[in-house]
Design a protein around this ligand. Structure first.
Ligand code: ARG
Length: 457
């Protein structure tokens, strides 16, 4: 069948070229946005007298019929069409005849596709926002259920200082709160309507872009018609936000994988979020966390791909831009899948506080507190640091930990040491002394949890 755009050419194209050119396989996702966008356009054409009221109503009813039929399954998307825009217009024209041919007045597929994509993606941002909140709720729940659980905090993956497990979890909560902020910010710029920019230069008809924008829930209109049809910043911004979000989930996944190993055994994942091995009967593998970590690369790839596609494009629309959708849809779908598995995986894991505590006891992670003890007795920090290091070396050589080294041995290093040193280096005391804002003391972590809960409310 000749294309709707047959005219200058016969509209008869080679079938391989057709397949190559067509985007309906992936842009069919936007059928709803395409149809509601067209309904607003038909309403505007009628309100402005560009078509008659009656024609406008016929178009709107016809479009509603297509939407209903697609949703009920009475109508199937014809994958031999070039794209979703052409499909809808073709069905409409088949159903309404000449009136259907009036819909595309004062519009182009260039502003139409930009409109559909903005509408589709803002809905996806809303869904992703809810899914991120589910992860945040799981984090808060685990933090509350594990109040007071002490684990080693790490730098360089070497035991560093004792912290509360809930403090560590709240670090991830802060990252995800920033992700929510970024998504909301991205949505603001996305939520401006490009419809009415037409092919690139605007139109000679007396249209009302704000009428359409308002009907479709936009906050305003894009200000330059050339920009309106060439801009894909909103896709790139969203993929940047999603890349950061995935980076956070990936770091969290990495820790979950480590913590679930026999070497750590800080947590046990629920069976529902693990897999076995086809050969090794003892295995319980953290595949979900690994896949989240793995899929992070794919979301970065989507971002890099589209950045590269756009970098050399002259204004305004170029067909290269059709490549935007597979990239941004893949990023969105991947992130949603990851979030959907991450929240329950997190909610159902159980912790092993005794193992965390044991790990915290065995790495001299209270050595900073030992140095601080001497400082509080009047010694300059650098000297206290050196002596504490020498004491750690002695303990390692002779099989002690700081808690078991006798006072007489301490006093051989400095007479400032007294019996009270043992209570100062007690792990719980080490944690509880860190009352600085954002620190690891129970009170400080409670404040962090309250902060996150307030943001979620
Ligand atoms: N399928 C096209 C896309 O995704 C729609 C816009 C087509 N515009 C055009 N001038 N050929 O970009």
């Amino acid at each position: 069948m000749p294309k709707l755009w047959a005219g200058r050419t016969s509209g008869v194209t080679d079938s391989v070229a057709d397949d190559f050119n067509s985007s309906i396989r992936f842009d069919c996702k936007m059928y709803k946005q395409d149809i509601t966008g067209s309904m607003a356009h038909a309403a505007m054409l009628g309100a402005k007298g560009i078509i008659s009221r009656q024609e406008s109503e016929q178009l709107i009813d016809g479009l509603q019929g297509i939407l209903d039929d697609l949703e009920s399954g009475a109508l199937e998307i014809d994958l031999s069409c070039e794209d979703i825009h052409m499909f809808v217009e073709q069905v409409l024209t088949a159903r309404l005849g000449d009136v259907g041919r009036k819909l595309h007045t004062a519009r182009s597929r260039n502003d139409q596709v930009a409109l559909d994509l903005r509408m589709y993606l803002r809905g996806q941002i809303d869904e992703i926002t809810e899914l991120v909140k589910d992860v945040l709720k799981a984090i808060v729940d685990q933090a509350e259920e594990n109040r007071g659980v002490i684990m080693p905090g790490y730098t360089h993956l070497q035991r560093a200082q004792p912290i509360l497990f809930s403090h560590h979890l709240m670090a991830y909560a802060m990252m995800l709160l920033r992700d929510l902020d970024r998504l909301a910010d991205c949505r603001k710029r996305m939520n401006l309507s490009p419809i009415g920019c037409c092919a690139l230069a605007g139109t000679t008809y007396d249209t009302d872009r704000r009428f359409e924008a308002e009907r479709l829930g936009f906050d305003g209109v894009v200000q330059n018609s050339i920009d309106g049809v060439s801009d894909r910043d909103f896709c790139l911004e969203l993929m940047s936000c999603l890349s950061l979000l995935m980076m956070h989930l990936s770091r969290f996944s990495e820790e979950i994988i480590l913590w679930a190993s026999w070497e750590f055994k800080f947590i046990e994942l629920s069976d529902a979020y693990t897999t076995g091995s086809s050969i090794m009967p003892q295995k319980k593998n953290p595949d979900m966390a690994e896949l989240v970590r793995g899929k992070t690369g794919r979301v970065y790839g989507d971002l890099m791909g589209l950045l590269t596609t756009l970098k050399g494009l002259p204004l305004a629309y170029n067909k290269d831009m059709q490549e935007d959708k597979e990239a941004v849809f893949d990023a969105v779908d991947t992130v949603k899948m990851c979030l959907k598995v991450f929240a329950p995986m997190l909610a159902t894991l159980s912790t092993k506080p005794e193992n965390m505590k044991k790990a915290a006891q065995g790495g001299f992670i209270n050595a900073t507190d030992l140095a601080d003890y001497l400082v509080k007795k009047g010694m300059p920090f650098r000297s206290a640091y050196k002596i504490s290091g020498q004491i750690v070396a002695k303990c390692i050589a002779e099989g002690y930990v700081l808690e078991t080294l006798p006072l007489s041995e301490y006093q051989a290093f400095s007479l400032l040491f007294g019996e009270d040193l043992y209570s100062e280096i007690d792990l719980t005391a080490c944690v509880e002394k860190r009352i600085s804002e954002g620190g690891t003391s129970a009170a400080s972590v409670e404040a962090q949890i309250a902060y996150v809960k307030e943001k979620l409310a």
